[in-house]
Ligand binder design. Structure first.
Ligand code: FES
Length: 308
Protein backbone atom coordinates (compact mmCIF):
# COMPACT_ATOMS: atom_id res chain seq x y z
CA UNK A 1 0.00 0.00 0.00
CA UNK A 2 1.22 3.45 -0.80
CA UNK A 3 1.45 5.36 2.41
CA UNK A 4 2.19 9.03 1.84
CA UNK A 5 2.66 11.61 4.49
CA UNK A 6 -0.35 13.74 5.30
CA UNK A 7 2.04 16.64 5.38
CA UNK A 8 2.20 16.39 1.60
CA UNK A 9 5.78 15.11 1.54
CA UNK A 10 5.68 11.68 -0.05
CA UNK A 11 8.32 9.23 1.14
CA UNK A 12 11.44 9.08 -0.99
CA UNK A 13 11.62 5.92 -3.09
CA UNK A 14 15.37 5.77 -2.52
CA UNK A 15 14.96 5.32 1.23
CA UNK A 16 15.57 1.69 2.18
CA UNK A 17 13.27 0.05 4.69
CA UNK A 18 16.14 -0.35 7.17
CA UNK A 19 16.69 3.41 7.33
CA UNK A 20 13.05 4.17 8.05
CA UNK A 21 11.60 4.86 11.51
CA UNK A 22 10.74 1.79 13.52
CA UNK A 23 7.01 2.59 13.45
CA UNK A 24 7.07 2.74 9.66
CA UNK A 25 8.82 -0.61 9.37
CA UNK A 26 6.42 -2.15 11.85
CA UNK A 27 3.46 -0.64 10.03
CA UNK A 28 4.58 -2.13 6.72
CA UNK A 29 4.85 -5.57 8.32
CA UNK A 30 1.40 -5.26 9.89
CA UNK A 31 -0.07 -3.91 6.65
CA UNK A 32 1.26 -6.74 4.49
CA UNK A 33 0.16 -9.33 7.06
CA UNK A 34 -3.35 -7.91 7.15
CA UNK A 35 -3.65 -7.72 3.36
CA UNK A 36 -2.43 -11.32 2.90
CA UNK A 37 -1.22 -10.61 -0.61
CA UNK A 38 -4.44 -8.82 -1.54
CA UNK A 39 -6.81 -11.73 -0.88
CA UNK A 40 -10.52 -10.91 -1.09
CA UNK A 41 -11.19 -12.58 2.28
CA UNK A 42 -8.52 -10.47 3.97
CA UNK A 43 -10.10 -7.35 2.48
CA UNK A 44 -13.51 -8.36 3.85
CA UNK A 45 -12.04 -8.90 7.30
CA UNK A 46 -10.31 -5.52 7.11
CA UNK A 47 -13.54 -3.86 6.01
CA UNK A 48 -15.27 -5.37 9.04
CA UNK A 49 -12.54 -4.32 11.47
CA UNK A 50 -12.25 -0.81 10.00
CA UNK A 51 -16.02 -0.31 10.35
CA UNK A 52 -16.73 0.25 6.66
CA UNK A 53 -20.12 -1.47 7.21
CA UNK A 54 -20.85 0.78 10.20
CA UNK A 55 -20.05 4.15 8.64
CA UNK A 56 -17.84 4.92 11.65
CA UNK A 57 -14.53 3.48 12.90
CA UNK A 58 -15.44 0.29 14.80
CA UNK A 59 -12.41 0.87 17.04
CA UNK A 60 -13.92 3.93 18.72
CA UNK A 61 -17.05 1.93 19.54
CA UNK A 62 -15.18 -1.04 21.00
CA UNK A 63 -12.79 1.03 23.12
CA UNK A 64 -15.80 2.05 25.22
CA UNK A 65 -15.99 -1.53 26.54
CA UNK A 66 -12.63 -1.69 28.39
CA UNK A 67 -12.73 1.99 29.35
CA UNK A 68 -16.25 1.65 30.76
CA UNK A 69 -15.75 -1.75 32.40
CA UNK A 70 -12.46 -0.82 34.02
CA UNK A 71 -13.93 2.43 35.30
CA UNK A 72 -16.68 0.40 36.95
CA UNK A 73 -13.99 -1.90 38.41
CA UNK A 74 -12.25 1.14 39.93
CA UNK A 75 -15.52 2.27 41.53
CA UNK A 76 -16.22 -1.14 43.06
CA UNK A 77 -12.60 -1.52 44.21
CA UNK A 78 -13.02 1.83 45.96
CA UNK A 79 -16.30 0.78 47.57
CA UNK A 80 -14.76 -2.54 48.61
CA UNK A 81 -11.81 -0.70 50.17
CA UNK A 82 -14.14 1.54 52.18
CA UNK A 83 -16.65 -1.14 53.11
CA UNK A 84 -15.46 -4.66 52.44
CA UNK A 85 -18.24 -6.72 50.88
CA UNK A 86 -18.19 -9.83 48.73
CA UNK A 87 -20.63 -8.23 46.24
CA UNK A 88 -18.19 -5.37 45.59
CA UNK A 89 -15.34 -7.81 45.03
CA UNK A 90 -17.41 -9.84 42.60
CA UNK A 91 -18.52 -6.71 40.68
CA UNK A 92 -14.93 -5.44 40.40
CA UNK A 93 -13.58 -8.81 39.26
CA UNK A 94 -16.36 -9.29 36.69
CA UNK A 95 -15.85 -5.78 35.32
CA UNK A 96 -12.14 -6.43 34.84
CA UNK A 97 -12.89 -9.66 32.97
CA UNK A 98 -15.42 -7.88 30.72
CA UNK A 99 -12.87 -5.14 30.06
CA UNK A 100 -10.25 -7.71 29.05
CA UNK A 101 -12.66 -9.29 26.56
CA UNK A 102 -13.42 -5.85 25.12
CA UNK A 103 -9.71 -5.03 24.94
CA UNK A 104 -9.18 -7.89 22.47
CA UNK A 105 -11.72 -6.38 20.06
CA UNK A 106 -10.35 -2.88 20.59
CA UNK A 107 -6.81 -4.11 19.88
CA UNK A 108 -7.79 -5.95 16.68
CA UNK A 109 -9.65 -2.93 15.29
CA UNK A 110 -6.99 -0.49 16.48
CA UNK A 111 -4.13 -2.35 14.83
CA UNK A 112 -6.11 -2.53 11.57
CA UNK A 113 -6.81 1.21 11.63
CA UNK A 114 -3.22 2.01 12.56
CA UNK A 115 -1.83 0.09 9.58
CA UNK A 116 -3.13 2.92 7.36
CA UNK A 117 -2.34 5.92 9.56
CA UNK A 118 0.19 8.40 8.18
CA UNK A 119 2.69 10.57 10.06
CA UNK A 120 2.69 12.37 12.42
CA UNK A 121 -0.18 10.39 13.98
CA UNK A 122 1.48 7.08 13.16
CA UNK A 123 4.03 7.33 15.98
CA UNK A 124 1.42 8.52 18.46
CA UNK A 125 -0.74 5.58 17.41
CA UNK A 126 2.08 3.15 18.11
CA UNK A 127 2.65 4.58 21.59
CA UNK A 128 -1.12 4.55 22.18
CA UNK A 129 -1.22 0.85 21.26
CA UNK A 130 1.82 -0.12 23.35
CA UNK A 131 0.41 1.66 26.39
CA UNK A 132 -2.88 -0.15 25.97
CA UNK A 133 -1.03 -3.46 25.82
CA UNK A 134 0.65 -2.46 29.08
CA UNK A 135 -2.70 -1.56 30.65
CA UNK A 136 -4.21 -4.87 29.53
CA UNK A 137 -1.26 -6.75 31.01
CA UNK A 138 -1.72 -4.94 34.32
CA UNK A 139 -5.45 -5.73 34.44
CA UNK A 140 -4.71 -9.37 33.56
CA UNK A 141 -2.19 -9.49 36.39
CA UNK A 142 -4.77 -7.92 38.67
CA UNK A 143 -7.32 -10.62 37.86
CA UNK A 144 -4.77 -13.37 38.46
CA UNK A 145 -3.76 -11.85 41.81
CA UNK A 146 -7.41 -11.61 42.85
CA UNK A 147 -7.90 -15.27 41.96
CA UNK A 148 -4.99 -16.06 44.30
CA UNK A 149 -6.65 -14.04 47.09
CA UNK A 150 -4.05 -11.26 46.84
CA UNK A 151 -6.74 -8.62 46.64
CA UNK A 152 -4.67 -5.64 47.77
CA UNK A 153 -1.95 -6.36 45.20
CA UNK A 154 -4.71 -6.93 42.63
CA UNK A 155 -6.23 -3.54 43.40
CA UNK A 156 -2.84 -1.83 43.05
CA UNK A 157 -2.20 -3.55 39.71
CA UNK A 158 -5.65 -2.49 38.46
CA UNK A 159 -5.11 1.10 39.59
CA UNK A 160 -1.79 1.22 37.72
CA UNK A 161 -3.49 -0.29 34.66
CA UNK A 162 -6.20 2.35 34.84
CA UNK A 163 -3.64 5.15 34.98
CA UNK A 164 -1.81 3.75 31.93
CA UNK A 165 -5.08 3.23 30.07
CA UNK A 166 -6.13 6.82 30.82
CA UNK A 167 -2.97 8.22 29.28
CA UNK A 168 -3.37 5.92 26.28
CA UNK A 169 -6.95 7.20 25.90
CA UNK A 170 -5.60 10.76 25.98
CA UNK A 171 -3.26 9.91 23.09
CA UNK A 172 -6.20 8.35 21.24
CA UNK A 173 -8.06 11.64 21.65
CA UNK A 174 -5.03 13.53 20.34
CA UNK A 175 -5.06 11.37 17.22
CA UNK A 176 -8.71 12.14 16.56
CA UNK A 177 -9.05 15.77 17.61
CA UNK A 178 -5.61 17.04 16.65
CA UNK A 179 -4.64 14.83 13.72
CA UNK A 180 -8.18 14.01 12.55
CA UNK A 181 -7.64 10.27 12.36
CA UNK A 182 -10.99 8.60 11.73
CA UNK A 183 -12.64 11.93 10.94
CA UNK A 184 -14.38 12.56 7.60
CA UNK A 185 -11.77 14.66 5.78
CA UNK A 186 -14.41 16.16 3.48
CA UNK A 187 -16.27 17.61 6.42
CA UNK A 188 -16.29 21.40 6.19
CA UNK A 189 -15.68 21.54 2.45
CA UNK A 190 -18.02 23.96 0.70
CA UNK A 191 -19.81 22.70 -2.40
CA UNK A 192 -21.64 24.89 -4.93
CA UNK A 193 -25.31 25.25 -4.06
CA UNK A 194 -26.23 26.15 -7.65
CA UNK A 195 -24.89 24.60 -10.84
CA UNK A 196 -21.42 25.97 -11.48
CA UNK A 197 -19.07 25.31 -14.41
CA UNK A 198 -15.97 23.48 -13.19
CA UNK A 199 -14.43 21.99 -16.33
CA UNK A 200 -14.60 22.40 -20.11
CA UNK A 201 -16.41 19.33 -21.42
CA UNK A 202 -13.66 18.82 -24.01
CA UNK A 203 -11.16 18.11 -21.20
CA UNK A 204 -13.20 15.24 -19.80
CA UNK A 205 -12.05 12.07 -21.50
CA UNK A 206 -13.93 8.79 -21.46
CA UNK A 207 -13.01 6.66 -18.41
CA UNK A 208 -10.31 9.06 -17.15
CA UNK A 209 -10.62 10.31 -13.56
CA UNK A 210 -10.34 14.08 -13.92
CA UNK A 211 -9.76 16.83 -11.38
CA UNK A 212 -11.88 19.96 -11.35
CA UNK A 213 -12.09 22.69 -8.75
CA UNK A 214 -14.62 25.15 -7.49
CA UNK A 215 -13.46 27.92 -5.15
CA UNK A 216 -10.35 25.88 -4.42
CA UNK A 217 -12.27 22.72 -3.49
CA UNK A 218 -11.24 19.73 -5.63
CA UNK A 219 -13.73 17.42 -7.30
CA UNK A 220 -13.45 14.14 -9.16
CA UNK A 221 -15.30 14.09 -12.47
CA UNK A 222 -15.73 10.89 -14.48
CA UNK A 223 -17.38 10.19 -17.80
CA UNK A 224 -18.40 6.60 -18.47
CA UNK A 225 -20.22 6.25 -21.76
CA UNK A 226 -23.10 8.68 -21.67
CA UNK A 227 -23.01 8.98 -17.89
CA UNK A 228 -21.31 11.61 -15.79
CA UNK A 229 -20.24 11.28 -12.17
CA UNK A 230 -18.95 13.90 -9.74
CA UNK A 231 -17.85 13.60 -6.15
CA UNK A 232 -15.64 15.42 -3.67
CA UNK A 233 -12.06 15.00 -4.86
CA UNK A 234 -10.58 14.72 -1.36
CA UNK A 235 -10.73 11.19 0.02
CA UNK A 236 -12.76 11.04 3.22
CA UNK A 237 -10.11 8.79 4.80
CA UNK A 238 -6.87 10.82 4.68
CA UNK A 239 -7.41 13.39 1.91
CA UNK A 240 -6.03 11.29 -0.95
CA UNK A 241 -6.55 12.93 -4.39
CA UNK A 242 -9.23 10.74 -5.94
CA UNK A 243 -8.63 12.19 -9.41
CA UNK A 244 -5.25 10.39 -9.28
CA UNK A 245 -6.97 7.14 -8.36
CA UNK A 246 -7.81 4.15 -10.48
CA UNK A 247 -11.17 3.54 -12.08
CA UNK A 248 -12.48 0.02 -11.45
CA UNK A 249 -15.84 -0.38 -13.16
CA UNK A 250 -18.21 2.16 -11.61
CA UNK A 251 -15.90 2.77 -8.67
CA UNK A 252 -12.78 4.78 -7.90
CA UNK A 253 -9.81 3.46 -5.88
CA UNK A 254 -7.94 6.02 -3.79
CA UNK A 255 -4.22 6.22 -4.64
CA UNK A 256 -3.18 6.46 -0.98
CA UNK A 257 -4.62 3.46 0.90
CA UNK A 258 -6.85 1.87 -1.75
CA UNK A 259 -10.26 2.72 -0.33
CA UNK A 260 -12.85 2.13 -3.04
CA UNK A 261 -15.92 4.31 -3.49
CA UNK A 262 -18.97 3.77 -5.70
CA UNK A 263 -19.23 6.54 -8.28
CA UNK A 264 -23.01 6.25 -8.18
CA UNK A 265 -23.52 7.42 -4.60
CA UNK A 266 -20.08 7.58 -2.96
CA UNK A 267 -20.64 4.68 -0.57
CA UNK A 268 -17.55 2.84 0.61
CA UNK A 269 -17.01 -0.47 -1.15
CA UNK A 270 -13.63 -1.19 0.48
CA UNK A 271 -11.89 0.45 3.42
CA UNK A 272 -9.95 1.68 5.23
CA UNK A 273 -12.31 4.64 4.63
CA UNK A 274 -15.53 4.41 6.60
CA UNK A 275 -17.24 7.66 5.59
CA UNK A 276 -18.99 7.88 2.20
CA UNK A 277 -17.68 10.27 -0.39
CA UNK A 278 -20.03 13.25 -0.98
CA UNK A 279 -21.44 13.13 -4.50
CA UNK A 280 -22.59 16.05 -6.63
CA UNK A 281 -25.30 16.51 -9.19
CA UNK A 282 -23.53 16.89 -12.53
CA UNK A 283 -24.51 17.87 -16.05
CA UNK A 284 -22.98 19.03 -19.33
CA UNK A 285 -24.24 22.44 -20.51
CA UNK A 286 -22.88 24.71 -23.22
CA UNK A 287 -19.60 22.85 -23.46
CA UNK A 288 -19.02 22.95 -19.69
CA UNK A 289 -19.28 20.34 -16.95
CA UNK A 290 -21.43 21.81 -14.19
CA UNK A 291 -21.90 20.49 -10.68
CA UNK A 292 -23.87 21.39 -7.60
CA UNK A 293 -24.50 19.96 -4.17
CA UNK A 294 -27.52 17.67 -4.22
CA UNK A 295 -30.69 19.30 -2.98
CA UNK A 296 -31.65 16.23 -1.01
CA UNK A 297 -28.48 15.95 1.05
CA UNK A 298 -24.77 15.39 0.88
CA UNK A 299 -24.77 11.81 -0.41
CA UNK A 300 -27.75 11.10 -2.65
CA UNK A 301 -28.77 7.64 -3.79
CA UNK A 302 -28.03 8.73 -7.35
CA UNK A 303 -26.31 11.93 -8.29
CA UNK A 304 -24.94 11.28 -11.74
CA UNK A 305 -26.33 12.56 -14.96
CA UNK A 306 -26.48 11.42 -18.52
CA UNK A 307 -24.74 13.59 -21.07
CA UNK A 308 -27.32 15.58 -23.02
S1 FES B 1 -6.54 8.69 1.79
FE1 FES B 1 -6.56 6.73 2.66
S2 FES B 1 -7.80 5.62 1.31
FE2 FES B 1 -7.88 7.59 0.53
Amino acid sequence: MKSPSTTGNPPKASQGLATKPVEERLQKLVDSALYCGGSATAQKIRNFLNGTWLGEPLHVVLTDVPVGAWTVAMVFDGLDFIRSRREFELAADTSIAIGLAGAIGAAATGVTDWSDVDPPARRIGLIHGLLNIGATALFTTSLLLRAKKSRTAGRISAALGYAVMSYAAHLGGTMVYEHRVGVDQTDGELFPEEFAAVLPESELLEGKPTRATHNGVPFLIVRRGNRLFAMAGTCSHFSGPLSEGKLVGDSIVCPYHSSRFALEDGHVLDGPAVHPQPCMEVRARNGQIEIREPRTGKTPASSNSTVS
